[in-house]
Design a protein around this ligand. Sequence first.
Ligand code: PMP
Length: 384
Amino acid sequence: MGKFLKKHYIMAPGPTPVPNDILTEGAKETIHHRTPQFVSIMEETLESAKYVFQTKNNVYAFASTGTGAMEAAVANLVSPGDKVIVVVAGKFGERWKELCQAYGADIVEIALEWGDAVTPEQIEEALNKNPDAKVVFTTYSETSTGTVIDLEGIARVTKEKDVVLVTDAVSALGAEPLKMDEWGVDVVVTGSQKGLMLPPGLALISLNDKAWELVEKSRSPRYYFDLRAYKKSYPDNPYTPAVNMIYMLRKALQMIKEEGIENVWERHRILGDATRAAVKALGLELLSKRPGNVVTAVKVPEGIDGKQIPKIMRDKYGVSIAGGQGKLKGKIFRIAHLGYMSPFDTITAISALEFTLKELGYEFELGAGVKAAEAVFAKEFIGE
Ligand code: PMP
């Protein structure tokens, strides 16, 4: 940036920024995990995790990334040859499919255009055609496309049937409204480095009784991810827990509880609105047909080298956004509004985007995006 200092802003959909109050928790002395002191911390932490999942079911946390929680869901619910319905509308739906393949499932795929959102009707139709399906795998927030599905509506369909609904809430938890028990979502999985405002390294999963019935019957080989071991030792962990990450999770959950989960969801909605307003004001188009409040995926305008956008924003302006994944590489860029991010982070990201687009030759009025974002925030800040 030449004569200026380069501060770093993470505006990607994970890892997200970690507040100092959480980082300093991680710097505390590592105590032995097989002590009443640590088990009590673990219990407090896992009990308060229930609030974020909006469930009375136990939440289990173990060391791995979000994909580990996804693998735990598949390994514990799917026996070789079992029929499963998998929604694939992006990179993380693809991951469900690959995991189900690895565990020998008989896969019925609902393949959608990347950016589309599966509907409750499509799930119902697939279940009517495949009444023997045991599990439905969905992605609540498909991070690769910025799409959020009608999970509540989908759960209304699956609740009435003899099928377990699993959702990947890796990027949705703590950002999009999620009421596991009230809606009747049977299994929710997540990871630490998104809405929970932590570094990567923890996976969390919660299952209701309907899901546990299937877990007990599963014939899949599993060991580290065998959830029966976690259930048996709860709130203790069968292996060595990531002690310092648990300290940090405890703090993050305290912060979320203090703020109130509805306020957390609402704050994400406002940042999402501002980001969408900004990119539209720049004449850009959203990829998603049902955009969520986790990340905004924007189509690269004609004639612009898409791969340059995140690169220039990062290397010249210090703002890390995300490019496209898989078949969307170079075709979209993604600006997150997830976790510990404020309106001023959003404005910074939009401003850096504007300078970058100008440099790349895209034509628009400099400041139009920032102005549109500010208009959304002005309503909140000063009622205008
Ligand atoms: N699912 C979704 C929706 C995600 O956004 C991610 C991470 N980007 C994952 C799964 C995988 O998580 P991890 O990289 O922590 O394994």
